[in-house]
Design a protein around this ligand. Structure first.
Ligand code: IPE
Ligand code: IPE
Ligand code: MG
Length: 249
């Protein structure tokens, strides 16, 4: 299914966000505050992922997208990078069967070519196994960057239309890594920083942004509910006036 672009048509309003996208930040600081190694924060962060995935299912959210590893995170110490990769492998080993049983469709998007063959194969198997599930689409962004996504989509678009020099938004959007999902309604970043850090640059055009100081390992279903309450208090105008949104004109 191809979803309408927020810049081309006003999306339907929904009180529960259809798509929530989260930058899970603050694992390292969570650990450091407890005099623990940073890795302890990442380990605890996986528990938070499990809880939030369940909470999204319970709340009827259709799409949850989690930023797990950015294209810039390779700049971290080698030890931390390899630990994050191992955690990813373990999480896949442990969680995929349960996801499948809960009707969750798993997608991993990003430039996977930099991951080792074993991890790539595990990802492909998990995606294949859960492909027909419909309750929640869980996307894990791994070695993902918003600029990478726009560039890879541009290359595919140009290749798909030989000789064409004029393009439309739709022609590009269909090649974005997450073309299977509507644009995020609600963007959440934990950990106190108020920046996008090269996450979904194209798709966040009209998302409601929510920032919280809570570190990711402490982000609970109650924290998610606070973000949803904030989302519900927003007037999503998509360029129109408040009166138009209220149906007065
Ligand atoms: C987010 O937490 C997890 C990843 C980027 C993999 P951080 O590791 O960035 O934690 P802080 O920001 O250093 O506290
Ligand atoms: C963003 O967090 C990426 C992920 C959560 C995976 P970072 O901690 O890497 O972002 P910066 O470096 O503070 O912008
Ligand atoms: Mg960080």
């Amino acid at each position: 299914m191809i979803f309408k672009s927020s810049t081309k048509a006003v999306p339907e309003a929904s009180s529960v966000p259809r798509h929530v996208a989260i930058i899970m930040d603050g694992n390292g600081r969570w650990a450091t505050r407890r005099m623990l190694p940073r890795v302890a924060g990442h380990v605890k962060g996986v528990d938070a992922v499990r809880e939030i995935v369940e909470a999204c299912v319970d709340r009827g959210i259709g799409y949850l997208t989690l930023f797990a590893f950015s294209s810039e995170n390779w700049r971290r110490p080698e030890e931390e990078v390899s630990l994050l990769m191992r955690l990813f492998v373990t999480a896949l080993e442990r969680e995929v069967a349960k996801m499948h049983a809960n009707d969750i469709c798993l997608k991993v998007v990003g430039d996977l070519s930099r991951f080792d063959a074993k991890l790539r194969e595990m990802i492909a198997n998990a995606e294949r196994r859960t492909a027909n599930n419909t309750r929640l689409t869980l996307t894990v962004c791994a070695n993902y960057g918003g600029r990478w996504d726009i560039m890879q989509a541009s290359s595919k678009m140009v290749a798909a239309h030989p000789g064409v020099t004029e393009f439309t938004e739709e022609m590009l959007a269909e090649h974005l890594a997450m073309a299977y999902a509507p644009e995020p309604d609600l963007f959440i970043r934990t950990g106190g920083e108020e920046r996008i850090s090269n996450f979904l640059l194209w798709q966040l055009a009209y998302s409601e942004l929510y920032f919280t100081d809570t570190f990711w390992p402490d982000f609970s279903p109650a924290s998610l509910d606070q973000a949803i309450v904030s989302y519900q208090s927003r007037e999503r105008r998509f360029g129109r006036t408040g009166d138009q949104v209220a149906g007065k004109k």
